[in-house]
Write a new protein. Sequence first.
Length: 141
Amino acid sequence: MIRNYIKIACRSLWRHKGSSIFAVLAICISCMGLFGLASYSTIQRTREIGIRKVFGASVTGIVNMLSIEFLQLVIISSLIAFPLAWFAMNKWLQDFAYRIAIGWWVFALAGVIALVIAFATVSFQAVKAAIANPVDSLRSE
């Protein structure tokens, strides 16, 4: 009896750990894609960044300029995904005997975490582009 319970508990723990590993892997892959997109965007806008720096733009202003467009995409995707996720989770939770309500704070927390991860991923590339010497970017064009 106890052995069966231990086996079931171990299987359950392994499934939970396995799903956590795949969730972290999915987040890492999406961050790499976002980093690649940010790299491509900054390479395409190298001349614009150089001209803005020559005219006196601050590093903060350039980082904000480059980061805002990606953060807007995250916000739009969150606004599309949250109602769909709420609907799917409500349908799924209706099948259980003990039901819980999904609070709005779960989606707010997920949105904030997504924004922080996106900003951290994009800001690295944006700061690198903002610190670069504008003469080098304008000379190559």
